[in-house]
Write a protein that binds this ligand. Structure first.
Ligand code: GTP
Ligand code: MG
Length: 204
């Protein structure tokens, strides 16, 4: 899929105020600093469409971007950021939880995992929660430029094995990416493009 346009639509903290266009939507979620906003910029080839930062906790709201005028990419705040207060964490959990449970346009979440890290309970638990609520998701491994090819394979295989040894019967669809080198860009856009074309052909 070619990206012809990528426009920021709005930021908010309530699923009720998200844009109402009945078009397919894909949301990026994962730990703070894992590279969600960077990935949006990489996919859209817009350097600063989504705000990024070396410090965790940059993205604070639900951010909608309209791509090619017929689908949404959503940038979400990260979880697992130790420096926010308990109250902030609760508020965050509430609106992110509601976003996932109530957003009808959502076709799939993508859970981002730093490829250098071994499986962490917070990510595994989040994916289990998605599963329990029948919310489809894929995994996007980020920052692949930080590892050599052998290590990349080892990390990915190890991660998926933890999942299939645990709560999952099958490994989810997954992608290896680097926002620095645009690794994985074609694969993700191809995947989304295929789902979108099924979506629009069923709409007639
Ligand atoms: P929050 O909004 O705080 O939850 O973070 P985020 O997940 O949106 O991360 P963001 O895209 O802001 O990136 C965090 C840091 O990781 C920045 O310093 C990025 O430059 C860096 N980063 C993101 N993706 C990559 C990548 O593929 N490779 C490398 N080497 N660095 C990356
Ligand atoms: Mg961000």
């Amino acid at each position: 899929m070619k990206i012809k346009s990528a426009d920021f639509v709005m930021s908010n903290s309530s699923v009720e105020s998200c844009p109402s266009d009945p078009i397919p939507e894909y949301a990026f979620i994962g730990r703070s600093n894992v590279g969600k906003s960077s990935l949006i910029n990489m996919l859209t080839e817009r350097k600063s469409l989504a705000k990024t930062s070396g410090r965790p906790g940059k993205t604070q709201l639900i951010n909608h971007f309209r791509i090619n005028d017929n689908w949404f990419l959503v940038d979400l705040p990260g979880y697992g950021y130790a420096r926010v207060s308990k109250k902030e964490k609760k508020t965050f959990q509430k609106y992110i939880t509601e976003y996932f449970l109530k957003r009808r346009q959502l076709i799939s979440a993508f859970v981002l995992i730093d490829i250098r890290h071994d499986p962490q309970p917070i990510d595994l638990q989040f994916m289990e929660w998605l599963g329990e609520n029948s919310i489809p998701f894929g995994i996007i491994f980020t920052k692949a430029d930080k590892l050599k090819p052998n290590a990349i394979n080892r990390q990915v295989e190890g991660y998926l094995k933890t999942m299939t040894d645990g709560a999952w019967e099958e490994a989810p669809v997954h992608f290896v990416t680097s926002s620095l080198k645009a690794t994985g860009r074609d694969e993700i856009l191809e995947y989304i493009g295929q789902i979108n074309s099924d979506f629009f052909s069923h709409q007639g």
